[in-house]
Write a protein that binds this ligand. Structure first.
Ligand code: PLP
Length: 372
């Protein structure tokens, strides 16, 4: 039986990539802001509807650099329900993560939990637009303004997301900075890659210096920067991927529609509410296996695996339960009841453009069989 993986990276036709590779071979410009880097950066800013963007080698280095660029220190309030890189980027800056519980509907940082965690050391909030569902950006900004805090969004899941009824509308324009990931498993990929969206040219310039060791010219270094530069290979690939991403998202949308109709009405299986005020990129299809389901989430996970269906438990464990975080005062399980429960119930089902209707039917059919 064919194994169905949770995701499968989307690739453009190889023949379309070869001429771009030939260009790189002919020109011998491999990195440091070459032609493809410049073209991809401009095309991406235009596609996303943002004024300024800086390409990076990956999303994690972009997160670390975003925090550096705003000189964030002390404590930062963040979500335990994310990929570990969110909190790791704080620790790499000598910052203490402070975990706040999540909202049970959006699974994003719950704005109502933030204020009680603010101390004189708090300098910023680091929320995640989990599964591409926008955070309550208005409530978060309101708190940030009241307490003079910065807001950096981990937008690794939020490629192309727009809020409806908002001019321009890109979710990436909220907060002080937004950070994207173009890792192979994401809705838009350059094999490895990432980016920071800046509100103005001056901020982008500082970030561009930081991603190149702090160099502003051949002999002047203005900051202890890092090497976060995207190579010409990844930039050329990104330029090509941009031509296909719209179609890929449409295919993902069709898969989600099929799942939703097939899985409707299964007792104990909850699908997330679809945001009504934002676009989607369908990069994940999470379901929650609740207590009314005859099997536990882990039993469902195992049964699907036995049938060759590689669903994934993300996010489980919570970041706050990993050994380097669980000693923090804010990491205690009883303080994060919603995140704890969601981590126990979550299961991400396979979704990617090449997934066939038969595959979707097999996944949904397997889940139905487990209830009967
Ligand atoms: C993928 C991901 C990252 C890390 O991005 P990389 O490009 O893999 O370094 C950070 N945060 C979240 C929420 C992610 O899903």
């Amino acid at each position: 039986m064919k194994t169905i993986h949770v995701t499968q990276p989307d690739l453009p036709p190889l023949d379309d990539f070869l001429p771009l590779l030939r260009d790189i071979w002919d020109n011998r410009v491999l990195t440091n802001g070459g032609g493809f880097h410049q073209r991809f950066e401009a095309a991406l800013a235009e596609y996303l509807g943002v004024p300024h963007i800086s390409l990076f080698t990956n999303g994690t280095i972009a997160l670390v650099t975003a925090l550096q660029s705003l000189r964030i220190t002390g404590e930062v309030i963040t979500t335990p329900y994310s990929f570990v890189a969110t909190s790791h980027s704080l620790v790499w800056n000598g910052i203490k993560p402070v975990f706040a519980d999540i909202d049970p509907v959006t699974l994003n940082l719950d704005p109502a939990r933030i204020e009680a965690l603010i101390t004189p050391q708090t300098t910023a909030i680091l929320p995640v637009h989990c599964y591409g569902t926008p955070c309550d950006v208005d409530a978060i900004q309101h708190i940030a303004d009241n307490y003079n805090l910065r807001v950096i969004y981990d937008a690794a899941h939020a490629f192309g997301i727009r809020r409806l009824g908002e001019r321009g509308g890109s979710i990436l324009l909220h907060g002080d900075l937004s950070v994207l990931s173009f890792h192979a498993t994401k809705a838009f990929n350059t094999f490895e890659g990432g980016a920071i969206v800046s509100p103005d040219a001056k901020t982008k310039q500082r970030i561009d210096h930081l991603k190149n060791f702090g160099f502003v010219n051949q002999t002047t270094v203005v900051a202890t920067g890092i090497n976060g530069k995207m190579s010409e290979f990844n930039a050329a690939l990104g330029l090509l991927q941009l031509q296909h991403v719209e179609r890929a998202i449409e295919k993902r949308a069709a898969i989600e529609r099929r799942y939703r109709s097939l899985l409707q009405g299964i007792p104990g299986l909850r699908m997330l509410a679809e945001p009504v005020d934002a676009t989607r990129n369908h990069s994940y299809f999470p379901v929650l296996i609740g207590p009314e389901f005859p099997l536990s989430r882990d039993e469902v996970f195992q049964r699907l695996r036995d049938g060759g269906i590689m669903a994934r438990r993300y996010f489980y464990p919570l970041i706050s339960d990993f050994p380097m975080y669980r000693g923090l005062p804010s990491a205690r399980a009883e303080l994060l009841p919603v995140a704890q429960e969601v981590a126990r119930q979550i299961l991400c089902l396979p979704i990617y453009p090449a997934l066939t209707d038969e595959d979707v039917d097999r996944v949904a059919g397997s889940l139905r069989t487990l209830v009967s």
